[in-house]
Design a binder for this molecule. Structure first.
Ligand code: URA
Length: 248
């Protein structure tokens, strides 16, 4: 059993995704269906589901944060939901002037149900503490509100897919409307892709732009800063710029 487990770990299975084990050697094979008689020669077309339209309607109907969270939880079309342990909606102060938007939960966030709680999150907290902003501070001027483009962890922390981002975008838009922050901070390439339709964080960072009707500052993702210490100088400059803007 130990060897079998080690083999699975070597194959990349680092986590149990179901509460109870399934003995695949005992699962009965599905009886093979006789092929349906049809005159069609090519593949049968599947009815297209308008995943973005359904998300738009669900997001629009949500009139507060609790309703938005429930609407996302009930939305069945994003396959990430099936592999994730739980929904990661947000953390911090809903009245904050600054809303941070990251990419997607990782393993730690998936376990905790809160965004940015792993190593990248600890660096995020440290970075913002130097400009006197914190997710734990209920003061509107010193608080932070934090969410992600995707509310479920992608398997093995792979990059979000364009269709996943597209179907979750209406929920993010509604999230921004309900929080109504003064400023948005877009963390990293995927947040910029979702919010601005652009990639290339090295060029975008530090340049104020507009996203979802709000002033938006793209900055390096803290996970990138953990790997690339020399980029911290630019990240610090961007934080000072954010502080200056908040002081008006
Ligand atoms: N990276 C993100 O973009 N979001 C998280 O919540 C954690 C890590």
């Amino acid at each position: 059993m130990k060897a079998a487990l080690e083999w699975q770990i070597a194959c990349g299975a680092d986590e149990a995704i179901m509460d109870a084990p399934i003995d695949r050697t005992k699962v009965p094979e599905k009886p093979k269906k006789a092929p349906a008689k049809t005159t069609q020669t090519g593949p049968v077309p599947m009815a297209e589901v308008d995943t973005v339209g359904i998300a738009q309607a669900a997001a629009k109907a949500a009139t507060d944060l609790a309703a938005l969270k429930a609407a996302i939880k009930a939305y069945p079309h994003c396959d990430l939901k099936r592999g994730a342990k739980q929904l990661v909606f947000s953390d911090g102060q809903p009245n904050a002037r600054v809303m941070i938007i990251g990419e997607a939960p990782g393993r730690d966030e998936d376990m905790a149900g809160k965004p940015f709680v792993g190593r990248a999150g600890q660096l995020l907290d440290l970075m913002f503490s130097h400009i006197h902003l914190s997710r734990d501070n209920p003061d509107r001027d010193q608080g932070l509100y934090i969410t992600n483009v995707l509310p479920w962890r992608p398997p093995q922390n792979r990059d979000p897919k364009p269709d996943e981002m597209a179907m979750m975008l209406p929920f993010l838009k509604r999230h921004v409307e309900l929080i109504n922050p003064d400023l948005i901070v877009a963390m990293g390439n995927h947040a910029c892709q979702a919010l601005l339709g652009q990639r290339g964080i090295t060029k975008l960072r530090g340049k104020w732009t507009e996203a979802m009707g709000k002033p938006c500052l793209p900055i390096f993702h803290p996970a990138y800063l953990l790997r690339t210490a020399e980029a911290k100088r630019e990240a610090w400059a961007d934080l000072l710029d954010l502080q200056a803007r908040l002081r008006g």
